[in-house]
Design a protein around this ligand. Structure first.
Ligand SMILES: [Zn+2]
Length: 156
């Protein structure tokens, strides 16, 4: 037989046990002894805390222990499940949307880089295809080109 865990023993002592835990404590002398030991230790602690509180001036007001209401425990699991059911698709949609935005931004950045590269290439192409360097271009209008030889138009 598998004995109860410390948590299950604590559940029995605090009254938050399942029917299986209750049945095991009733049937198993070893676990019953462990549960009684824990319960008596807690009882001693409670009594000493009360005694300490009563001897204080002014006396400390003890707040009665509150157990969770049965309906709250019963609704907690379906409420958490419902919250998960709602939040998982929302999160998934958010994640997909974010991914799509990141892909769009990446595509836009790549397109911009390609346009920049094309502009640079076009600039280089223009520079390379020039017959005369740009600073000398004003002089070209002063010189007429004939096949093989040139004459300065300004001189004749
Ligand atoms: Zn046991």
């Amino acid at each position: 037989m598998k004995h109860l865990t410390e948590t299950e023993i604590a559940d029995w002592v605090t009254g938050l046990h399942t029917p299986a835990i209750l049945r095991h404590v009733e049937d198993c002398p070893e676990c019953r002894e462990r549960a009684r030991t824990l319960a008596s230790a807690l009882q001693l602690f409670r009594e000493s805390a009360r005694e300490w509180a009563d001897n204080r001036t002014p006396p400390v007001r003890m707040i009665p222990a509150r157990r969770p209401k049965p309906w709250a425990v019963r609704w907690a699991v379906p409420a958490v499940a419902l919250a998960l059911l709602v939040s998982v698709p929302v999160y998934d949609s958010y994640r997909r949307d974010r991914q799509a935005r990141a892909e769009t931004a990446l595509a836009a950045r790549q397109a911009a880089e390609e346009a920049e590269d094309a502009a640079l290439l076009s600039q280089v192409d223009t520079g390379v295809s020039r017959a005369v360097p740009a600073p000398l271009e004003p002089l070209v209008s002063l010189v007429s080109w004939n096949s093989g030889s040139w004459n300065a138009s300004a001189g004749q």
